[in-house]
Unconditional design. Structure first.
Length: 250
């Protein structure tokens, strides 16, 4: 599995069908609920709900777990550090689960959105500049090529005797040179792509039409309402148990 290749969700999955704007709004609601508090109850409830939602996202479980592994390691490390610093294991666990919840909410939302659908939604509903949106979409589509070019650069450099990719020390030493080569290749590709897009008229007119206009539906309102209900329920339960701790004390 290549980390730069985007996850592809099953388009028939329940969480893959809603409108991209609805999924982004729902994820932001849960992120906000986790951001404003540092208690263990709110983070636990939201995280459990997100783990259940991941089963209905249409994303391959192994691929999702592999992508989330670095975030999990970082969150646990920060949690342990805060636990040692504050002397409270509960505080460290709350921070770790809070970071995992925020990351998982964003990951599920982004991974279940098709980039083209998101670009159309931003232009149609958010009235974003089409020139910027189309350019960002083209850049996102090039991400999978970076991993392939990285491997090709490594094979070419080893064939010329420039680098020996046998140990981790060799890989660290070879990283600056290979990264510079990838940067040069990316700039050249971006220049060619920009010229090709300008030649085809992208961004030359203010009045552009959408090939796939999509209106917000009832299921989109249900998704946003569900996120609001989850955030309110988790916060209310924490307040009722007396464990709710705001990030900024008033």
């Amino acid at each position: 599995m290549r980390l730069l290749e985007p996850l592809v969700a099953d388009p028939t999955a329940p969480l893959a069908r809603p409108h991209p704007i609805a999924k982004i709004v729902a994820a932001l609601i849960l992120m906000l609920a986790l951001f404003i508090t540092v208690d263990l109850v709110t983070s636990s409830v939201v995280l459990i709900a997100l783990l259940v939602a991941a089963r209905f996202s249409g994303l391959p479980p192994r691929s999702l777990a592999a992508r989330a592994a670095p975030l999990l390691i970082g969150a646990v490390s920060l949690g342990v550090f805060n636990a040692l610093l504050s002397g409270s294991a509960a505080a460290g666990a709350a921070i770790a689960m809070r970071i995992i919840g925020v990351s998982l909410a964003g990951m599920i939302a982004v991974a279940t959105i098709d980039p083209t659908d998101l670009a159309d939604a931003l232009v149609q509903h958010a009235h974003a500049p089409s020139r910027f949106v189309v350019g960002a979409l083209a850049a996102f589509r090039l991400f999978p090529l970076f991993s392939r070019e990285w491997d090709v650069l490594g094979l070419a450099r080893r064939a010329r005797g420039i680098e020996a990719d046998r140990t981790y020390v060799d890989r660290v030493r070879a990283f600056p040179g290979r990264a510079l080569g990838l940067l040069v290749a990316a700039i050249r590709r971006a220049t060619r792509l920009a010229l090709a897009m300008d030649a085809r008229g992208f961004g030359s007119r203010d009045c552009r039409t959408l090939a796939r206009p999509r209106a917000l539906a009832r299921e989109d309102a249900v998704l946003v309402a569900g996120a609001l209900l989850l955030a309110a329920s988790a916060t209310s339960l924490s307040v009722a148990l007396g464990t709710w701790r705001p990030l900024i004390a008033f």
